[in-house]
Design a protein around this ligand. Structure first.
Ligand SMILES: NC(=O)c1ccc[n+]([C@@H]2O[C@H](COP(=O)([O-])OP(=O)(O)OC[C@H]3O[C@@H](n4cnc5c(N)ncnc54)[C@H](OP(=O)(O)O)[C@@H]3O)[C@@H](O)[C@H]2O)c1
Length: 342
C-alpha cells in the first residue's frame, strides 16, 4: 500500500535579513523543516539581497499583501510596528502567525508560548490564529525558574538582566562595533541608537523610562515570566542593564522558594529540565559565560548557591538563537506535526 506523503508547508519569514530572521532561516535549513515553499520577506531596502539557506542562496522579496497569499505559516521577525501592521493581513489570508515582537505578548486572547513550558497552548490552534513568543530574557528566566517553581513554589524573584547589543537588532550590533573601533582609534564614539556610549560601558536603561521609573522592557519581562509560569501574583523585581557584549544576555536570578530548597536539589532539578544546560563547577572556573552561550540551543545555568535565605543563580542565553528563533521554530515544528498537519 502506498504511504501518504508527509505534508510540507508554505512558510514566510518576515524580517529575514534581521538578527532574529537570519537565525530563523538558518534553523529552518539546519533542522530540515518540511517546506513546500520559503518566502524571505523584508522592506524595500533589502529586496534582492541574497541570504544563505543551507548550501543554497535565496533572494529577499518585499513584504506586501500578495507575498502573504496562500501561506501556511507567517513567522514575524520585523519588530512591533510591522507585526501590528501586517499580522492582521497574514491572519486574514489564512496563515497561522507566530510573532516574535512585543505587540501581542500580553494580549489575553493570544497564547504566549514556550514549547518547553506550555506546549498544550498550541493544541487547538489552526489557520488564522496568532501565537506570541516571549522576549529572550523572559524566556531564559522562565526556563530557569520553571523547574524550581514546580518543585518548591516561588514567593519572590529578583532578576538583573544584562542585555547584549544584538537585543537592539542589527542597528545595536553596528553601533557597538563602530563605537569600539572609534575609541580604539582615538576618535569620539558616535551615539545614535543607545542613549550613551555603550562600548566599554554599562547603561542602566534599556528602552524609554515610564512614569514610575521602570522601562516597558523591565515590566514586560516580569509580566511575561508571570504568564509563562502561570503565577499571575508572583512578586518579581527586574532591572535591565545594557552591556557591551555583542551576543548573549546574562541574567542574575535571586529567588525565594515556597519551601526550603538546597543548592544541591536546585542543581539536580535544573540539570534535567528541558531547554537548560547546567554549567556549575566553580572550583574549575566553570560557570555560564556569554561566549559559551552563543550558538547554543540551551540556556546555560550555574553559580547555584544559597543567598539571603533563598537561592541565587546566573544564566546566559544566545538571545537571537535560543531566545527567539529556536522558540519560533519549535512552535512551527509542533504545529507542523499537529494542528497544521490535520
Ligand atoms: N534581537 C533579539 O535578541 C530579539 C529577541 C527576541 C525577540 N526579538 C524581536 O524580534 C524582532 C526582530 O528583531 P531583530 O533584532 O531581528 O531586528 P533587526 O535586526 O533590526 O531586523 C529587523 C528586520 O525587520 C525588517 N523590517 C524592518 N522594517 C520593515 C518593514 N517596514 N517592512 C518589512 N520588513 C521590515 C528588516 O528588514 P530590512 O533589511 O529591509 O531593513 C529586518 O529584516 C523584534 O520584534 C524584536 O523585539 C528580538
Amino acid at each position: 500500500m502506498a504511504r501518504r506523503r508527509a505534508r510540507r508547508f508554505k512558510v514566510a519569514v518576515v524580517g529575514a535579513t534581521g538578527v532574529v530572521g537570519r537565525e530563523l532561516v538558518a534553523l529552518l535549513a539546519e533542522r530540515g523543516f518540511p517546506l513546500e515553499e520559503l518566502r524571505l520577506l523584508a522592506s524595500e531596502r533589502s529586496v534582492g539581497e541574497a541570504l544563505e539557506f543551507g548550501d543554497e542562496e535565496r533572494r529577499v522579496e518585499r513584504l506586501e499583501g500578495r507575498a502573504l497569499a496562500g501561506l501556511d505559516l507567517a513567522l514575524l521577525c520585523a519588530g512591533e510596528a510591522v507585526s501590528r501592521a501586517w499580522a492582521p493581513a497574514a491572519l486574514a489570508a489564512g496563515a497561522l502567525v507566530v510573532d516574535t515582537s512585543a505587540a501581542f505578548r500580553l494580549a489575553p486572547e493570544v497564547p504566549l508560548v514556550a514549547p518547553e513550558l506550555n506546549p498544550e497552548a498550541l493544541e487547538d490552534l489552526g489557520p488564522g490564529r496568532l501565537v506570541a513568543c516571549p522576549d529572550g530574557a523572559a524566556l531564559a528566566a522562565s526556563l530557569a525558574l520553571a523547574p524550581l517553581a514546580r518543585a518548591a513554589g516561588l514567593r519572590r524573584v529578583v532578576v538583573v538582566a544584562c542585555l547584549s547589543a544584538s537585543h537592539a537588532g542589527r542597528g545595536g550590533l553596528a553601533e557597538l562595533d563602530q563605537q569600539t573601533r572609534d575609541l580604539f582609534n582615538f576618535r569620539p564614539a558616535r551615539v545614535e541608537r543607545f542613549p550613551h556610549q555603550v562600548a566599554f560601558n554599562c547603561l542602566p536603561r534599556c528602552g524609554p523610562f515610564e512614569a514610575d521609573g521602570a522601562t516597558a522592557l523591565e515590566r514586560g519581562l516580569a509580566d511575561e515570566v508571570r504568564r509563562l509560569l502561570e503565577l499571575p501574583g508572583l512578586p518579581l523585581g527586574v532591572s535591565m542593564v545594557q552591556v557591551p557584549v555583542f551576543s548573549a544576555h546574562g541574567l542574575a536570578l535571586h529567588l525565594e522558594p515556597g519551601r526550603p530548597l538546597s543548592p544541591e536539589e536546585a542543581r539536580e532539578l535544573l540539570g534535567r529540565a528541558p531547554g537548560l544546560r547546567l554549567v556549575d563547577s566553580p572550583a574549575e572556573e566553570r560557570y555560564p559565560l556569554a561566549t559559551e552561550a552563543v550558538g547554543q540551543d540551551e540556556v546555560l545555568v550555574g553559580r547555584v548557591r544559597a543567598d539571603a535565605g533563598g537561592l541565587a543563580l546566573w544564566a546566559t542565553v544566545d538571545n537571537a538563537r535560543r531566545g527567539a528563533a529556536l522558540n519560533v521554530l519549535q512552535i512551527a515544528e509542533r504545529l507542523a506535526r499537529g494542528p497544521l498537519a490535520r
